[in-house]
Design a protein around this ligand. Structure first.
Ligand code: ZN
Length: 253
């Protein structure tokens, strides 16, 4: 089956409500391709390797979490940006991207989907920004050691996390925010969390974890943000009877 690009975009707008977000990039259709979509490829980042793999799979559209045209970046189409966009346009393939709307969505969002992967039961939001939730907090059913929690992350995400054991205490309350949200460690402390998970880590994150006495886990920006776009792709595939494939372009960060 196929769906028109217009109908697909209308469904995405209804589902993700991009107009409600103040974001660092345009959310929605970023590069317009052919008018009908039968085959959808999803991925984390619209890098050249994902575009090439999607074209090999005869995708009509690519749906990602990290698209293009970030605030502050040079607007000109040169270098790798030219090559990526040229490839999309030469093959008439659309690029559709959702950033914050796909982090915060209450069912499909990266934060809720990461909870499913880890078997966590989210209780409340970690914080709110511009009227949407940033991150989540959960109580563990039973306390876990930092080492056991690191092993759980490694098993479920197929990637060893970097664990900063700012505390020897067992973990009862976990907060998380996918991607590069290490800066929210203070909010995790304020929320009473014993452990905070994000994707990346910065030099000051280590000192924050140690001095606040909290476990910090850098579980991978890519690894923590694989799941929202897959859930969204599956929903679209079911709703419009499309072929859908998630393509994982490995990224150790
Ligand atoms: Zn991200």
């Amino acid at each position: 089956m196929t769906v028109s690009l217009d109908e697909l975009m209308a469904a995405l707008t209804r589902e993700l409500k991009p107009e409600q977000f103040k974001d660092y990039c345009p959310n929605g259709l970023q590069v317009q391709g052919r008018a009908h979509i039968g085959r959808l490829v999803t991925g984390v980042t619209a890098c050249q390797a994902l575009i090439d793999a999607a074209i090999e799979q005869k995708a009509d559209a690519i749906l990602v979490h990290h698209g293009y045209f970030w605030r502050g970046e040079d607007a000109v189409l040169t270098g790798i940006k030219r090559r990526r966009i040229k490839t999309l346009m030469e093959h008439d393939v659309s690029l559709i991207a959702y950033h914050l709307p796909l982090d915060a969505h209450p069912e499909l969002g990266n934060n809720v989907q990461l909870a499913k992967i880890l078997g966590l039961n989210p209780g409340s939001a970690l914080s709110r920004q511009n009227n949407h939730d940033m991150g989540l907090v959960a109580q563990l059913p039973a306390p876990m050691s930092g080492a056991d929690f690191a092993a759980l992350l490694a098993a479920r995400l197929q990637r060893e996390p970097l664990h900063i054991a700012g505390s020897e205490a067992p973990i009862r309350t976990v907060a998380w925010c996918t991607g590069a949200a290490q800066g929210y460690i203070e909010q995790a402390v304020a929320a009473g969390a014993d452990a905070y998970i994000s994707g990346e880590i910065s030099e000051p994150t280590v000192h924050s974890a140690r001095e606040h006495g909290i476990h910090y886990f850098a579980a991978g920006h890519h690894a923590t943000e694989r799941y929202g776009v897959q859930a969204l792709g599956q929903l679209l595939a079911q709703r419009f009877d499309l072929q859908h494939q998630f393509i994982d372009i490995d990224n150790p960060v």
